[in-house]
Design a protein around this ligand. Structure first.
Ligand code: 6PG
Length: 251
């Protein structure tokens, strides 16, 4: 399996190679989880970086190789907009692959952003608890995350109180207009995942990538707070995002 939990970073020539390797990791993880437990649970992020990966999910061979009927799709975060809004992370996934794979609708656990941050967060937390059962925190098989230039991940932003949440699974995020309010999984949920896959592409991410992976100030960036307790975290980056790394393991 590419990007095993104990392989902290893989550097790819470009976003296309990164996306294809991520699709392979996803497929391998899905196959293993369905074989072992009869289902595969994944939480997706939004943004531009995973767009190509998501279109690969909707294309041959990935469309055929993943057992979508046993796959449950969640989101790491969402904007507080309707599911057909151009800014919706749900719409990003629908347009890229959800509309072209065969999946029971109950396997798609959309965050209902149109309800507003507070209600959407409550409803999503309820959905997660109903699905995963009574454990204190759910264990997602895979969570795909990005990292903003400021080091945010999901909708956990630098300096926000959300970073200190220790009991809730989902939080509302209130941002100053024109930014959209959001809903986000909390750090305890991210850090319970069996596997976290970060995707970072482009020169603009070089600082946050090097700070989180090699710097001693990684903890200033929320992405640096994601250290799964039992699972693994792997960064798939392209050469530009890795240009400040001192120890490169080129792929
Ligand atoms: C979102 C994402 C967010 C994203 C980063 C990186 O809803 O916007 O979940 O956390 O992963 O902002 O975004 P890019 O991939 O566009 O750089």
């Amino acid at each position: 399996m590419t990007g095993t939990p104990d392989e902290p970073v893989r550097v790819f020539q470009d976003l296309e190679a990164l996306s294809r390797a991520a699709a392979e990791l996803f497929t391998t993880c899905a196959k293993r989880c369905v074989a072992a437990q009869g289902r595969f649970t994944v939480a997706l992020s939004g943004g531009a970086t995973p767009r190509r990966l998501y279109t690969l999910f909707g294309s041959t061979p990935y469309r055929e190789n993943v057992e979508w009927k046993h796959t449950h799709v969640f989101w790491a975060d969402e904007r507080c907009v309707p599911g057909d809004h151009p800014e919706s992370n749900f719409k990003l996934a629908v347009d890229a692959f959800l509309s072209s794979v065969t999946m029971p609708k109950e396997n798609i656990h959309r965050i209902k952003g149109e309800e507003g941050p507070r209600r959407a967060a409550q409803d999503y937390e309820q959905d997660i608890r109903s699905f995963f059962g009574p454990a204190l925190f759910p264990v997602f098989d895979l969570i795909i995350l990005g990292a903003g230039e400021d080091g945010h991940t999901a909708s956990l932003f630098p300096g926000s109180a959300s970073l200190h949440e220790r009991t809730r699974l989902v939080l509302p995020v209130y941002l100053k207009p024109p930014k959209l309010n959001r809903v986000t999984l909390t750090l305890p949920v991210l850090n319970k995942a069996a596997q976290v896959l970060f995707l970072a592409s482009g020169r603009a991410k070089a600082e946050v990538v090097s700070a989180v992976l090699e710097g001693d100030d990684g903890q200033h960036y929320p992405a640096g707070f994601v250290r799964p307790i039992h699972g693994g975290v792997t960064w798939f980056i392209d050469k530009e995002a890795g240009e400040r790394l001192r120890r490169l393991s080129r792929t």
